[in-house]
Design a protein. Structure first.
Length: 76
């Protein structure tokens, strides 16, 4: 599983990264996590509001700080 956090480094983006790491640990899965800060790459996903969450190339959330529980639900 590949998870991308889209954002330029704002506090919400950083918090989403921490929540993603927590969700991965709680779910006991292996995932590659990447922080995408390049505005061009973010726009290629069609994301205009950060933070954005992309799982296996599919945008799952934009403009919202998800909890670890909400993130785990997206793994299924």
């Amino acid at each position: 599983m590949k998870i991308e956090i889209l954002g330029t480094g704002c506090p919400k983006c950083q918090a989403l990264m921490e929540n993603v790491k927590k969700a991965i640990a709680e779910a006991g899965i292996f995932a590659e996590v990447e922080k995408v800060e390049d505005v061009i790459k973010i726009m290629e996903y069609g994301v205009m509001n950060t933070p954005g969450l992309v799982i296996d190339g599919e945008v799952k959330s934009t403009g919202k700080l998800l909890t670890s529980e909400e993130i785990k639900a997206l793994f299924k």
